[in-house]
Design a protein around this ligand. Structure first.
Ligand SMILES: [Fe+2]
Length: 282
């Protein structure tokens, strides 16, 4: 088995072939894959064929996976209760018209997964089960490159500052901040030093970052919006059109991701798993 790595022509991302992720992996293979992910930030493994349990076994090679059973009153479709640790991102409706997945429809702005929690996810993984005919692409933006190229005045405004990250599951755009008790939120460093590579990366995003500490709302948002406009330039982005069997993993501390528009009736179902992370603030 020879692993072949092909870089995309974008600012991040690689395709890796010659490995079957449904199989048990030797420790040296896991370390090789970990290094590839840290170098390229997003890695696509095409033509994978594995069960939810096999997907979770792979995730656990890279770190802790929350396999907790969700509380009964937690509002999530039944399909995402079958194997704790696996959640379906899906717009497919069941016969009674209920959607059979989370964040089902439409465009989604750039974000870091769970940066609104004290311990943001370390890696996220998606597996293409059903893919749309048009759109519904995932885009990733290289936040190391975006930080390196940020104008000096914006760098100075962010360095050492914390950002308030908020997420309301009811919206795919920035939430209402009038009652923070009703939505999950956390203060995180606006610039994170990566725990493995040691590289600094922007850790704010348009979907979830709303305020900067020490600045009033309008001033903070003006700076943040300028940072988002910089960080979402095409030169930092890899855009992926999904094929069935694609398995994609990314470094959630080093890049943001977003989703392009697709039609409501165009079925899209991705199987998600995650590796948890540590607190970024003491
Ligand atoms: Fe996400």
């Amino acid at each position: 088995m020879t692993i072949t790595i092909t870089s995309t022509d974008a600012a991040l991302g690689a395709r890796v072939t010659g490995i079957d992720l449904s199989q048990e992996l030797a420790p040296e293979t896991v370390e090789e894959l970990r290094a590839i992910i840290h170098e390229h930030l997003v890695v696509v493994f095409p033509d994978q064929d594995f069960s939810p349990e096999e997907q979770l076994r792979f995730a656990e090679y890279l770190g802790p996976v929350a396999r907790r059973k969700l509380p009964e009153d937690y509002d999530i479709p039944d399909s995402s209760r079958e194997v704790p640790g696996i959640v379906y991102v899906s717009n497919i409706r069941t016969d009674d018209g209920k959607v059979d997945g989370v964040i089902p429809d439409g465009e989604m702005w750039f974000h870091h997964d769970t940066c609104y929690k004290p311990e943001p996810d370390r890696f996220t993984m998606l597996y293409g089960v059903t893919v749309p005919n048009n759109g519904g692409h995932t885009m990733w933006a290289n936040m190391v490159r975006a930080w390196e190229t940020l104008p000096d005045d914006l760098k100075a405004a962010l360095k050492g500052r914390k950002a308030l990250n908020v997420y309301d599951y009811a919206t795919i755009e920035r939430p209402d901040l009038s009652d923070l008790d009703k939505v999950e939120h956390a203060w995180q460093p606006a610039v994170v030093t990566h725990p493995v590579t040691g590289r600094d990366a922007l850790f704010v995003n348009r979907l979830m970052s709303c305020q900067l500490d020490g600045l009033d709302d309008a001033e903070g948002l003006k700076i943040l919006n300028a940072v988002f406009d910089h960080a979402e330039q095409r030169q930092f982005i890899y855009e992926h059109a999904w094929s069935v069997g694609d398995f994609v993993i990314w470094d959630n501390l080093a890049c943001t991701h977003a989703r392009t528009h697709f039609d409501l009736g165009d079925d899209r179902r991705l199987r998600r798993s995650k590796v948890g992370g540590a607190a970024l603030i003491d």
